[in-house]
Write a new protein. Sequence first.
Length: 158
Amino acid sequence: MRQFCATLLILLVCSCEYFNVKKTTPEAILEEDLRTFNWDDVDTYPSFRGCDSLLLKEEKKACFESTLYSEINEYLQSQKIVVTQHINDTVLLKLRVSKNGQLSLLDAKIDSLTKQEIPEIEEIILKGIEALPEIKSAIKKAQPVRTEFELPLIIKVN
């Protein structure tokens, strides 16, 4: 029994090094967290009210994108656009959803023929964006965050 106690005591004394707690500052913890933080991924994508019932992250993303596309497309179709040539173009919209859920157009890559035939195309797209229903911002670590993404928009006018 004595030998067991002596062995146990030696093990405890030698293994004390493993129990040393390394002191750290909140700044060091934050720096480590920021270094391992994936800035390109969010916990929850931006969404419209109609997408809230979906459970899977990818389903919510698809719902948001399809709702956004159909709402803007519906607005464009309601406009009276007169052209001299047939237009069949894909406009690439670069969009941003702010922390407050405000959607803004950062850039629109539009073919020169489309710009020539529909000079007010960007203004029409902007009005379509303004007419969108309320958007909930993306969430990362329980905080609303800004997100940017691209949306292809097909413009067909005969």
